[in-house]
Design a binder for this molecule. Structure first.
Ligand SMILES: [Zn+2]
Length: 397
């Protein structure tokens, strides 16, 4: 499975991946997923947002009988120049865990589902976990449709170009009802497991996090003939915001990043008439994050700019009972918090019993071509997930 996924959307220059929602690469990945599910005889369905769900067993019959399914999986899309593991490791491990259960003739008493969430990274339209946000109602269909990518294409247009009906998207209670428990396996995006010398951990919570759009107005003019005192250079305010974000994060004990910027007109010899930057801020304490963003906002406003909140996700604790059950069943593995958002967090916020497993990342690097996990650790992850599915789907509740 890993070898089949390896070339899809991979840059020959950097080795990084560009797998954005509703693109050719995304289409190929969805086809790959459908093929893997078909070859296992799993029933594939799509929800209103196009997330793919493959079922071993009848999810509706079980839900009616009060035994909703046990679901695992993750996403196949990537950030710009992303790594191979963030997302695909969870999907591939889910398929491998089903194979392992079948090899041992396991008969689930609750249906087991595997999901491939669409548009988890938000790399194209700016909102992370768009697939799970829309089906849980955390983002309205109307807002999703109007999100715009860097080329000015709206999500509605992208959906149409991918052969889908943008007006069919929306909250999907029928799909949500089928999920009795959700366990997402993911490569760790930090060095917690390296420090603890373990291969696999269970997640405690996701830090609160958000994204803000910072707009700075200016006036385009000639870079050679315009005197310094006559300039309205949008870049100056933006530069101040970058430094302010770093300082605010240090002061309040959280993390803040401005990793995306757009400059108009974007000419070497033109004074910028508009600069837009995107601020990402997270931390274990929501108060600290809010304070840091307030500091940046006041700086932006002093520079004549504006700040708009694009997303805010509160601190997300995973289901304590489910997490404790996984930890016990897996021999007392470590419990770690994370600063990264996941579809698992969106489902947890929607009231679904949700947990996560992390697989050791030797460098802690992620969202980069250098993201890595050793094969032995990946296999330990599959084994852990297999144990978890066997436990959760093994006994009628
Ligand atoms: Zn991910």
């Amino acid at each position: 499975m890993w070898a089949a996924l390896e070339p899809v959307g991979r840059s020959s220059h950097t080795g990084g991946y560009r797998r954005f929602a509703w693109t050719r690469e995304d289409h190929d990945l969805r086809e790959w997923f459908a093929g893997e599910c078909a070859s296992r005889g799993l029933d594939l369905t799509e929800d209103r947002m196009g997330n793919q769900w493959a079922w071993w067993g009848d999810p509706d019959g079980a839900t009616a009988a009060g035994h909703a399914g046990v679901v695992t999986g993750s996403h196949l899309d990537s950030v710009p120049d992303g790594g191979a593991f963030d997302g695909p490791l969870g999907v591939v491990s889910a398929l491998a865990a089903v194979d392992a259960l079948r090899d041992k003739d396991f008969q689930p008493s609750r249906p087991i589902g595997i999901v491939n969430f669409v548009d988890e990274e938000g790399a194209r339209f700016g909102v992370a976990c768009a697939g799970s946000r829309v089906i849980t109602g955390a983002m309205t269909a109307r807002r999703a449709r109007s999100l715009t990518d860097a080329d000015g294409t709206t999500m509605a247009e992208a959906l149409e170009a991918a052969g889908r009906d943008p007006h069919a998207i929306g909250r999907d209670d029928e799909t949500l009802r089928r999920i009795g428990a959700f366990v997402e396996l993911h490569v760790e995006q930090g060095r917690g497991l390296v420090d603890l010398d373990h291969q696999v951990a269970v997640a405690s919570d996701i830090w609160p996090h958000g994204r803000w759009r910072l707009d700075f107005p200016g006036e385009a003019n000639h870079a050679g003939t315009t005197r310094l005192e006559d300039r309205q250079d949008a870049m100056l305010g933006y530069a101040g915001a970058v430094l302010a974000a770093r300082e605010a994060a240090t002061t309040h004990g959280c993390v803040a990043t401005i990793g995306k910027v757009s400059v108009v007109p974007g000419g070497v010899n033109a004074i910028p008439s508009a600069v837009t930057g995107w601020l990402d801020a997270r931390g274990s304490s929501p108060r600290a994050v809010r304070r840091a963003v307030a500091d940046v906002s006041s700086m932006v406003e002093q520079a004549g700019g504006t700040v708009a909140e694009e997303s805010w996700t509160p601190s997300t604790p995973f289901d304590s009972e489910l997490t404790a059950r996984l930890q016990t069943r897996l021999g007392g593995i470590p419990v770690l918090g994370t600063g990264a958002g996941h579809d698992a967090g969106i489902l947890a916020n929607a009231g679904i019993a949700t947990a996560m497993l992390f697989v050791r990342n030797p460098t802690g690097v992620s969202h980069s071509p250098a993201e890595h996990a050793e094969v032995a650790d990946c296999l330990a992850g599959v084994e852990a997930l297999t144990t978890v599915l066997e436990d959760l789907a093994g006994e009628p509740t």
